[in-house]
Design a protein around this ligand. Structure first.
Ligand SMILES: Nc1ncnc2c1ncn2[C@@H]1O[C@H](COP(=O)(O)OP(=O)(O)OP(=O)(O)O)[C@@H](O)[C@H]1O
Length: 284
C-alpha cells in the first residue's frame, strides 16, 4: 500500500505539541444482555490526530463508535467530545461530528448533488450558503464531474467519497469512519486515505476510524488502541508499540499477536464473511 507522506513524524510531533483533547472516554461499557460488547474503554484523542480503534470482527469497535456518536446508550462509564457529555449533552455533541457508518448512507436513486443537498438541509446549513458548500465538498472529493449522475451508477470508491462528503458538510471537528475501506479495491482505498489525510491537514479535522486492516492503520494513525472481545489490550503510537516488542521489522500484526496470542484473522465467521461480501457487492 502507498505510504502517505510524513504521517508518523507528524503524529509524533502532534503528541509532543500537546494539542487539546477532543475526545475522552472513561470506563465506557456497553452490555448486550450479559455480554459486554465494549468493556471499560478508556481513551483520549487529541485534536487533529488520526486515531485508530483496531481489532477483529466482533471486537466491539462499531459498538464503541455508536456510543460515541450518541446512537447507542452507554451501560456504564462516560464519554465527552470537545468537553460535551455524549449522554447529557447529545444535541451539542451531534453538531460536532461527522459519521460514515459501515452501512450505506447515500441514496442510490438520487444524484450525488441531491444526496449532498439533503445533508446540507439536515445540518441546517443556511439556504444562501448551501450551493457554495456543496461545490466545495464536491471539489474536495473530486466528484464534480459525477455530481449529477445517479449514485447507483457510481463505483465503490466514488460512493465512499460521497459518503465522506456528506459527513463533512457542516465542517465537523471530528469525523468517525467505521471500516471505511472494507470492500474497496486498492486504488480506491488509497484515494480514500489520501482524502482523509487531506482533511486532517487542511482543516485540522480529527479522524477516529475503525479497521481490521492493521497495515493500513500503521500507515495512517498517529495512535491506535487494539481491542479484543470488548477490551483494549494495548494502545499507543504504532511505532512505539512495534518498538516495544524488541524485534526488528515488527509489524502491527506482530503487536496484535503479542498482546492477544491470536491472529487478527481468527474468528472470521459466516456472518463476517457474508457481511464483507455484502459490503463489497454494494460498493461494486
Ligand atoms: N444490537 C446488538 N445486539 C446484540 N449483540 C450485539 C449487537 N450489536 C453488536 N453485538 C455484539 O457485540 C459484539 C461487538 O460487536 P461490534 O459490531 O461492535 O464489533 P466490531 O468490532 O465492530 O466488529 P464488526 O466489524 O464485525 O462490526 C459482537 O459480539 C456482536 O455480536
Amino acid at each position: 500500500m502507498t505510504k502517505l507522506t510524513g504521517n508518523t513524524d507528524l503524529s509524533e510531533s502532534l503528541l509532543s505539541n500537546h494539542k487539546p483533547v477532543i475526545l475522552e472516554t472513561q470506563g465506557l461499557t456497553r452490555y448486550f444482555g450479559k455480554a459486554a460488547a465494549v468493556n471499560n474503554l478508556s481513551i483520549t484523542v487529541e485534536q487533529g490526530e488520526v486515531f485508530g480503534l483496531l481489532g477483529p470482527n466482533g471486537a466491539g469497535k462499531s459498538t464503541a463508535i455508536k456510543m460515541l456518536t450518541t446512537l447507542l446508550p452507554l451501560s456504564t462509564g462516560s464519554a465527552t467530545i470537545a468537553g460535551y457529555d455524549v449522554t447529557h449533552q447529545s444535541a451539542q455533541v451531534r453538531r460536532l461530528f461527522g459519521y460514515v457508518p459501515q452501512a450505506l448512507s447515500a441514496d442510490g436513486s438520487l444524484t450525488g448533488y441531491e444526496n449532498l443537498l439533503i445533508f446540507a438541509k439536515l445540518y441546517d446549513i443556511p439556504a444562501k450558503y448551501r450551493q457554495r458548500r456543496i461545490k466545495e465538498v464536491l471539489d474536495f472529493m473530486g466528484l464534480q464531474a459525477a455530481a449529477h449522475r445517479l449514485v447507483r451508477n457510481y463505483s465503490g470508491g466514488m460512493i465512499r467519497k460521497l459518503e465522506i462528503a456528506q459527513s463533512i458538510m457542516h465542517h465537523p471537528k471530528i469525523l468517525f469512519l467505521d471500516e471505511p475501506t472494507v470492500g474497496l479495491d486498492p486504488i480506491a482505498r488509497t484515494q480514500v486515505w489520501q482524502l482523509v489525510e487531506q482533511l486532517r491537514v487542511d482543516y485540522d479535522t480529527t479522524i477516529f476510524l475503525t479497521t481490521h486492516f492493521l497495515e493500513e492503520a500503521d500507515n495512517l494513525c498517529s495512535r491506535v488502541a487494539i481491542m479484543q472481545q470488548g477490551q483494549v489490550v494495548t494502545k499507543g503510537a504504532p511505532n512505539e508499540l512495534k518498538a516495544s516488542l524488541g524485534k526488528p521489522n515488527a509489524t502491527l500484526d506482530d503487536v496484535f499477536i503479542h498482546y492477544t496470542g491470536d491472529q487478527i484473522t481468527s474468528g472470521v465467521s459466516y456472518r463476517d464473511t457474508a457481511r464483507t461480501r455484502r459490503t463489497a457487492q454494494r460498493l461494486g
